[in-house]
Ligand binder design. Sequence first.
Ligand code: GLU
Length: 471
Amino acid sequence: MTVRTRFAPSPTGYLHVGGARTALFSYLFARRHGGQFVLRIEDTDLERSTAESVNAIMEGMTWLGLDYDEGPFFQTERFERYQTIIDELLDKGLAYRCDCPKERLERLRDKQMAAKVKPRYDGHCRGRQIDPEQPHVVRFKNPVDGAVIVEDLIRGRVPFANAELDDLIIRRSDGSPTYNLTVVVDDAEMEISHVIRGDDHLTNTPRQINILKALGHEPPKYAHVPMILGPDGKRLSKRHGAVSVVAYRDAGYLPEALLNYLIRLGWSHGDQEVFSLDEMISLFDIADVNTAASAFNVDKLDWLNQHYIQHADPLRIARLLSPHMGEIGIDPSEGPDLVAVVEAQAARAKTLTELARISAFCYQDFDDYEETAAKKHLRPVARPALERLRAELDMLALEDWEPETLHRVIERVSEALELNMGKVAQPLRVAIVGRAASPGIDITLQLVGKAATLRRIDRALAFIDARAANG
Ligand code: GLU
């Protein structure tokens, strides 16, 4: 059997992390089995579907690298096909027209609720002849007895009694087909072998299986993925912060970090945490997905992102970092090579936005010293060291402005003043960076350059003096 999976989002918003995980699982499953992955846009809800949302979904997929082999197919372009199928079902007596007025359906519902039975359509129009020219809906004739067994690849066997399912509407009174009909027609005609989707669709599955059987199709295999929870144990939603995939990109996450994070939400392979895409493809099995919902944990995502920032090609990180620098008003072409900055700083940042923020000092003077760092290191005792450093650094020719020579200058000043290196390097670091953390001081000086280094030492000296004057 050729494995064919699909991702079938409704374009009513952006691609959120839950959808992305479902897409990832479908993608991996297809890749693992040498099959195809299809993108289908379920845009039949004309009021809620938008072109922007289609674009946002595709943008998210492209960013994550979840490339599809076929599609995007748009359900709105297949309306005629759905009508043909509905007409066929009508002709074969597998569906029927229903003109039950709203009031009747409401009364029925009230009665069922009062009797504490599950509200369902009672099949009133099953045997009736209804004029096709008069307003009506079309209902699928669901089997009245027996059961549908969903052999779910994640949850195992889930039986549904047909008595629990009613004759669902497959064509609305305005002529539009409904979700359960369009999904079934598409899954069958796109020859989907494995339907991997959120478990909010599990209760639709027995209905879909019944329609598929009525149409003479063998149902695909199903795998219902448990939902993602927020830290409060409720279904992950906007209330919990960013849920859109593209928002993670904009916040400085790498696509491989998010993918790695998403695969681990509900799936594991021993205690391995870091997976390359190739490893994901060779190791992932849908049957190993947990049945329990998993909680979104941003610390873990941060940890993975840091890992990938640190281990990725610095050239690529520099390219991705550049817009984040732009966002904080820095043009990286007006300063040290961004690749060198990335090489020096990559281990220190959880996100690209953080990397931009902590690298700003290489391109522009900072506004304020970090208070505790200044308090501790920019004191009058540091003055002689800073003064001496300034004098020696000033004498360095520009071509000597490189780590080894810079290191020797600091060493020389420490020896001359009989101070340990830290007592010299830390005040210098705070003077140059504004805080007590940066890459090696020699590399830091090299990145900042001579003019800015001298300027910032002057500023620190003035700061120390002002402080001394203020007692
Ligand atoms: N369009 C549906 C949704 O976005 C998914 C349908 C399916 O996967 O069967 O929830």
